[in-house]
Design a protein around this ligand. Structure first.
Ligand SMILES: *Cc1c(COP(=O)(O)O)cnc(C)c1O
Length: 366
């Protein structure tokens, strides 16, 4: 069986270091907001190419806290792509704001910059872009729109650790970038973890305070904060993996090149653009018989996944927020299939999956 994800395998190379780290951590007795969190924050800010990094408990909080810090009037609008993972939408709603969906570009699956301005109203305060599947959005156009309309830009980088647009890393374009280190992400911890990156000193100060009960000085509460601290032990694990992130991303990029070369053109494959350095959190293809294809792969020993089966505007929880149709998003959700592309998959496995796809494709023609 070719699994879709093999987390225990993926973390095996780090086992010895992880155990040493745990030993030291246990002996030291400093379990929350210690030296490891501070060090990871410094190293990750440096990796992304920004001044500040603030470790938080998960990716959802990393998205929510900057929206709270900006303190927009309740009911203000935030532009967000209609095909994102539900977390991006929930962050906006939890911050007391209204998500305004914009359709993605059918080629890149990222928010279509040419459709943003028609959705901007007097209430619009921010654009939240999502670098979906590990491909950077076209940030030049998006930043121009934001400047023109004086909007904040929040980047959802939960799938794009190390991805670049015009040589600059995702997370370094907007007013803030939100990362998740959920175990399956390109930089994954051994539990929940997240971080926010930003350039602005005051925002960094506020975020540091917000994640810790709105307090920067013990027992002095300046903001209505939350408890969303990055665990000390997760920070220590993340420091080990961060050193290898470029190598891990390169492995995924090599597997993606192989898929792109081997898979027949009747499948819609991810686009490769010269200004984008993609890190393939997910390698998706599209086919109009997606469900049969998924079943065929499974029958032949290959597990695949769907990101995502249902768009946010059709989810029960968020249904009442949206009344329009989003046909491009729906088309993607109906036809997309994610193929195995983890750091422990081998080129031989990718070859095998590609052959199976092409075999399925041939059958469809007859
Ligand atoms: C994973 C993910 C999140 C949420 O991250 P958590 O750490 O699970 O809270 C947000 N946005 C996107 C696009 C994601 O893929």
């Amino acid at each position: 069986m070719i699994e879709y994800e093999k987390l225990s395998e993926a973390n095996k190379p780090f086992k010895k270091e992880f155990i040493e780290i745990f030993d030291k951590f246990l002996d030291k007795g400093l379990y929350i907001l210690g030296e490891q969190v501070a060090r990871f924050e410094g190293e990750f800010a440096n990796y992304i190419g920004v001044k500040h990094c603030i470790g938080v408990a998960n990716g959802l909080d990393a998205l929510t806290l900057p929206l709270l810090a900006w303190d927009f009037e309740a009911g203000s609008e935030v532009i967000v792509p209609s095909n994102t993972y539900i977390a991006t939408i929930l962050a906006i709603i939890q911050a007391g704001l209204t998500p305004i969906l914009v359709e993605p570009d059918i080629q890149t699956y990222n928010i279509d910059p040419s459709k943003i301005e028609e959705k901007i109203s007097k209430k619009t305060k921010a654009i939240c872009v999502v670098h979906l599947y590990g491909k950077a959005c076209h940030m030049e156009k998006i930043m121009q729109i934001a400047t023109r309309h004086q909007l904040k830009v929040l980047e959802d980088c939960a799938q794009s650790h190390g991805a670049k647009y015009q040589q600059k890393k995702t997370g370094s374009f907007g007013n803030a970038g939100a990362f998740s280190f959920y175990p399956t992400k390109n930089l994954g911890s051994l539990g929940d973890a997240g971080a926010i990156v930003c350039e602005d000193d005051e925002l960094a100060y506020q975020l540091r305070s917000l994640r810790n009960y709105g307090s920067s000085v013990r027992y002095k509460n300046e903001y209505l904060g939350v408890n969303s601290r990055l665990d000390e032990i997760q920070a220590a694990f993340l420091r080990v993996k961060l050193k290898q992130l470029d190598l891990l991303n390169q492995h995924k990029r090599n597997l993606a090149s192989l898929y792109l070369k081997e898979i027949d053109d009747q499948f819609i494959k991810p686009v490769v653009e010269k200004e984008c350095f993609d890190v393939y959190h997910i390698f998706n293809i599209r086919h109009n018989r997606r469900d049969s294809l998924k079943e065929f792969l499974l029958q032949n020993g290959v597990k695949s996944d769907i990101h995502y089966p249902t768009p946010p505007h059709k989810q029960k929880a968020t249904l009442s927020y949206f009344s329009e149709d989003f046909p491009i998003s729906e088309e993607i959700h109906k036809t997309t299939l994610s193929l195995p592309i983890s750091i422990v998959h081998t080129p031989e496995e990718i070859q095998r999956v590609s052959e199976l796809l092409n075999e399925f494709g041939k059958k469809q023609k007859h």
